[in-house]
Design a protein around this ligand. Structure first.
Ligand SMILES: Cc1ncc(COP(=O)(O)O)c(C=O)c1O
Length: 366
């Protein structure tokens, strides 16, 4: 008698994450030499020169395992934010932290509340645990409907995932509304506040109000990443800030060497060069205004964005597919949103000035 290996039922039905098409893949498929990727909200200018210097200086130590306590990086982050290192967990991207948080707090008997059209990894992660997912609606302006989240909390709710600014819509909810919402959530429910794109707002208003939330509310975890404005998506570093109790739980679960040596030194150098980040935020926001004006002139609707991407409304799934494919033919990779259930929409990352011009020229032709 033969036995076949079988995975758990909720794993067998799991859809995996579909990332933006890599440049290397398109180059192979279409034999193109000039390709620009505006699909994964990466920073088109790369990290600060100090970061590259720090990486170079550490290349000769990669025969050694990395520091499992991530001491240097935690010190740099703690100094920058004015918090203690026991409030920081560092992950192999925030993706890893998200998994660890779900693993630590959510079981098959629980539910996780995830707003509609929110970063899809949350759904994949909750499904991989076998937890129920409760989806909440968006308001008319594409903002998460915080009232709807509160209404859908039930005794089995263990986790609420809020992305602000939200991906893939780019919509942003003001800090005061977030705080008023947190105040009403029972404090035995964990709230992840994913702020992967918060720097695009904080540098403009010159303040970081959500930081106070992790000091005040012991059920709130803020996650942030070095993959976006800091330009380090390829080296994989993200971090969470939460009260020491929650942080200790996340750190207990992490693999000892989850963040590699180069990632640790690169991120520490990156956080220290805030002038560079400020400059990039300013360029991004100027380019965003420019792209929106161009979209207006082409009568293309889009969702107002606070981040480094814009989601456009093509009015039909067929239009989306056509535009996506024609841009691919011209070496431009953007992001279809079919897996979000937004098949009439396409998400475009704001690239460098030159990349944006190339995109806009091509969009105009289409
Ligand atoms: C909202 C949001 N959270 C988290 C991530 C993942 O970031 P990381 O590269 O740190 O894993 C992304 C990446 O696109 C994102 O958009």
């Amino acid at each position: 008698m033969t036995h076949e290996v079988s995975a758990l039922p909720h794993i067998l039905t799991l859809d995996s994450y579909v990332p933006g098409k890599p440049i290397e893949t398109l180059a192979r498929e279409k034999n193109l030499t000039k390709i620009i990727k505006l699909a994964s909200n990466e920073n088109p200018y790369g990290p600060s020169p100090h970061v590259l210097e720090a990486i170079k200086n550490h290349l000769n130590t990669i025969n050694l395992y990395p520091d499992p306590d991530q001491f240097i990086l935690k010190q740099a982050l703690a100094k920058f934010y004015g918090i203690t290192t026991d409030m920081l967990a560092i992950g192999n991207g925030t993706d890893e932290l998200l998994r660890l948080i779900m693993q630590a707090f959510v079981s098959q008997d629980n539910n996780v509340i995830i707003p509609k059209y929110s970063f899809i990894s949350y759904q994949i992660c909750a499904r991989s645990i076998g937890a129920e997912i409760i989806t909440t609606k968006l308001c008319e302006n594409w903002q998460n409907d915080l009232e709807d989240i509160l209404n859908k909390i039930n005794p089995h709710t263990k986790l609420i995932c809020l992305v602000n600014p939200n991906n893939p819509t780019g919509s942003y909810i003001e800090h005061s509304a977030i705080e008023a919402f947190i105040e009403k959530v029972p404090n035995d429910i964990v709230i992840i506040l994913d702020e992967a794109y918060i720097e695009y707002i904080n540098f403009i208003r010159n303040s970081d109000p959500s930081l106070s939330l992790v000091k005040k509310y012991h059920n709130v975890i803020i996650t942030r990443t070095f993959s976006k404005i800091y330009g380090l998506a390829g080296i994989r570093v993200g971090y969470s800030m939460a009260c020491p109790n929650i942080t200790a739980i996340i750190n207990r679960l992490k693999q000892p060497f989850n963040v590699n040596r180069l990632g640790q030194v690169a991120a520490a150098a990156a956080i220290e060069d805030q002038e560079y980040i400020k400059k990039l935020v300013s360029i991004n926001n100027t380019e965003r205004t420019k792209i929106c004006a161009h979209l207006d002139s082409l009568h293309i609707d889009y969702i107002k964005s606070a981040a480094n991407f814009i989601t456009i409304d093509t009015k039909s799934a067929k239009n989306s597919e056509d535009i996506y494919n024609k841009l691919l033919d011209n070496g431009i990779i953007i992001r279809p949103l079919n897996n979000y259930g937004l098949d009439k929409y396409l998400r475009i990352t704001i690239g460098s000035t030159e990349e944006n011009q190339y995109l806009l020229n091509n969009l105009s032709k289409l």
